[in-house]
Design a protein around this ligand. Structure first.
Ligand code: NAD
Length: 486
């Protein structure tokens, strides 16, 4: 096998794609990074069948054993960080800063977290009321205990922005709970995911417990969701694809965890610390070139500070260095593909045609190769502007003015999304009051820092279900009641 050819993992075997292989392109240089296997639907079925075969024995393993294997995988992954960093960087186009902080090490942290998680059902009592209830039934006293059981075979379908971190965030809790998995990464950057699959194999996970298939969503993804061997689909990606998956999976009552699109509102009140608000919004705008679902890319600025907010964002846009992601001071790198760049550019033009005022960016930076979009700011937008309603998944921020709290809440709630909003204010009671009225799964108050133990997920079209910390373990389990007289 040539160094730049990668292999899928099916039933414990490293295999090439039956359909063939395709080039993975570096989004900055446009050079070929390596060849990804393209699975046939028969191979996808074989992976799901291998996971189904492995499920019985794996689900009966002791939590200590699952914890040990997850820890071993985290150790092996850590040893391979020097090899994974350049690979992830080359296939995603992420900057040095993003790769070295978020793209790779976070993955090790997630496996370690869920190695501990494997022990949770054994060592931490379930909440009262779930653990044991005693009720007087017509036949006498009845006792019950609620037990968390694994769901079965979990299809883990992931997006392109953080390929191995997204994989770790799904397989960690799924395996810890005793499920088996088939991973299908995004077609744009699946190479490091295949290496991750090999690492799981080397860590000693029995054949079939972890499988990795690569290829397009239309072929490999659809075949996986439709497979009769799959009991649950854990999907992170766009809302339209999530809806399509939900329709197919729903027919067979497959369990669903859907982490979908977002259009985070960053609500800036007049009493806010504007320096904090603007720097928080700018870092989210620039981080991974805006290819992050939780970013506050829809800024709602109260009329009294509107000009200052727009001015501050405009100034910052001029200082964000765009260019080669390998240069240490680059802040904004390329988007993942020409398709994504073209989509972002088209939505900028629509936003302008619907009345948005172009204050910064809007054009391609003068860089010879790569899929770049300059950091772009559209101000003076009406809430119904397409650029305010739709997700860019690129380095674009839109600004909408508001007069009072009620208008801020109504505007924030006016998109179909509800993933992550932000409130910037010095008034704590207003912050909590506004947060509770926002129809969104997560609210940051004067911060964009996440707490990974908190439940994470979306309201409305941003998804179904929650992961994060112990909620992640619960997401990959079924609650079973066992009842007996006495
Ligand atoms: P996408 O929806 O295009 O693709 C995601 C995955 O689904 C890929 O692996 C793709 O091959 C697969 N897929 C596509 N069609 C399929 C089908 N019919 N059946 C099964 N699988 C199919 O998303 P993307 O462009 O890779 O990622 C960007 C999107 O992901 C954005 O909308 C972003 O908001 C979202 N996202 C959400 C979160 C979150 O936690 N809520 C996190 C990261 C990204």
């Amino acid at each position: 096998m040539a160094a730049n050819e990668f292999r899928m993992l099916i039933g414990g075997d490293l295999v090439a794609g039956e359909v063939g292989s395709y080039d993975i392109v570096n989004p900055s240089t446009e050079h070929v990074v390596g060849q990804a296997p393209e699975a046939s639907s028969a191979q996808v079925q074989a992976a799901a069948a291998a996971a189904a075969d492995a499920f019985g024995a794996w689900s009966r393993t002791k939590p200590e054993y699952r914890a040990e294997l997850l820890s071993r995988a985290a150790d092996l992954l850590r040893e391979r960080v020097p090899e994974l960093v350049p690979l992830v960087q080359a296939e995603t186009g992420a900057t040095q800063r993003v790769t070295e902080t978020m793209q790779v090490p976070t993955c090790v942290d997630r496996l370690r977290r869920y190695a501990r998680g494997a022990m949770e059902p054994a060592t931490i009592p379930l909440p009262p009321g779930e653990t044991m209830t005693t009720a007087l039934a017509p036949g006498g006293l009845m006792s019950a205990i609620a037990v968390r059981q694994p769901v079965g075979v979990v299809a883990c379908i992931t997006p392109y922005n953080f390929p191995i971190v997204n994989m770790a965030g799904k397989i960690g809790p799924a395996l810890a709970m005793g499920n088996t998995v088939v991973v299908k990464p995004a077609p744009q950057d699946p190479l490091a995911v295949t290496v991750f699959g090999q690492i799981m194999h080397e860590a000693g996970f029995p054949p079939g417990v972890v499988n990795v298939v690569t290829g397009s969503g239309a072929e490999a993804g659809q075949a996986l969701v439709a497979s009769a061997d799959v009991d649950m689909v854990s999907f992170t990606g766009s809302t339209p694809v999530g809806r399509a998956i939900g329709e197919v999976a729903g027919r067979d009552m497959k369990r669903l965890l859907l982490e979908l699109g977002g259009k985070g509102a960053g609500i800036v009140f007049e009493d806010a610390d504007l320096k904090t608000a603007i720097s928080t919004i700018v870092s989210a705008w620039a981080f991974h070139s805006g290819q992050i679902c939780t970013a506050p890319t829809r800024v709602l600025a109260q009329r009294g500070v509107y000009d200052q907010v727009v001015g501050g964002l405009q100034l910052a846009a001029g200082h964000l260095k765009v260019g080669d992601p390998l240069e240490a001071d680059t802040i904004v790198g390329p988007l993942v593909s020409a398709v994504q760049r073209d989509r972002v550019e088209a939505l900028i033009q629509t936003g302008i045609s619907q009345g948005g005022e172009l204050v910064a960016g809007g054009q391609r930076p003068d860089i010879e190769t790569g899929f770049y979009v300059a950091p772009t700011l559209l101000a003076g937008c009406k809430p119904d502007n397409a650029a305010v309603q739709q997700e860019f998944f690129g380095p674009v921020v839109v600004v909408v003015a508001f007069d009072d709290e009620d208008e801020a809440v109504a505007t924030a709630n006016s998109t179909e999304f509800g993933l992550y909003d932000y409130v910037f204010t010095a008034d704590t009671s207003r912050a909590m009051r506004v947060a509770k009225q926002l129809r969104t799964g997560n609210v940051g108050i004067n911060t964009a820092q996440r707490n990974h133990e908190a439940p994470f997920g979306g309201f409305k079209m941003s998804g179904v279900g929650r992961d994060g910390g112990s909620f992640g373990l619960h997401a990959y389990s079924e609650l079973q009641s066992i009842i007996w007289p006495g």
